[in-house]
Design a protein around this ligand. Structure first.
Ligand code: NI
Length: 139
């Protein structure tokens, strides 16, 4: 496996607004370069996924999601997915953050694999800004 010292160069395309936000964060956090910020972001992404994959057994948790209120059909799709998973979705809190953004907190309980699948399905929807699954062990 290649260590962190073996650097590969990649080219990526990003929406302008995403890059502007990212640059403002790395500036506030004092990164010396954009590359350094991107390396750190990729490490966090990998850590989060590895953590998600380590989760197993019967769990209680919350899915926190932020999404675009104006994305056509998105609210209906989110509701449909939750209805389809009513065996594990216990309750939902919806907060209208701004005219354009919604925050939804979904209380879930069930097998870790099913909870992760639900989080990943929500994450894959167009117009969803972020999805985070946090769980605790039951007993
Ligand atoms: Ni809303």
């Amino acid at each position: 496996m290649a260590g962190d010292s073996d650097l590969s160069r990649i080219g990526i395309s990003l929406p302008e607004n995403l890059l502007v936000k990212f640059d403002s964060i790395i500036d506030k956090r004092g990164y010396s370069s954009r590359s350094e910020g991107i390396r750190d972001a990729i490490r966090s992404y990998i850590t989060y996924y590895e953590w998600m994959n380590d989760v197993s057994g019967e769990r209680q948790g919350v899915i926190t999601m932020v999404y675009d209120h104006d994305q056509r059909g998105l609210m209906e799709a989110i509701t449909e997915i939750q209805h389809g998973n009513r065996g594990i979705v216990q309750s939902t809190i919806h907060s209208h953050v701004t005219d354009e953004r919604c925050l939804e907190v979904i209380l879930v309980r069930g097998d870790a694999k099913a909870l992760k699948e639900l989080a990943e399905r929500l994450m894959a929807l167009k117009g969803v800004e972020s999805v985070k699954l946090t769980t605790i062990k039951i007993q």
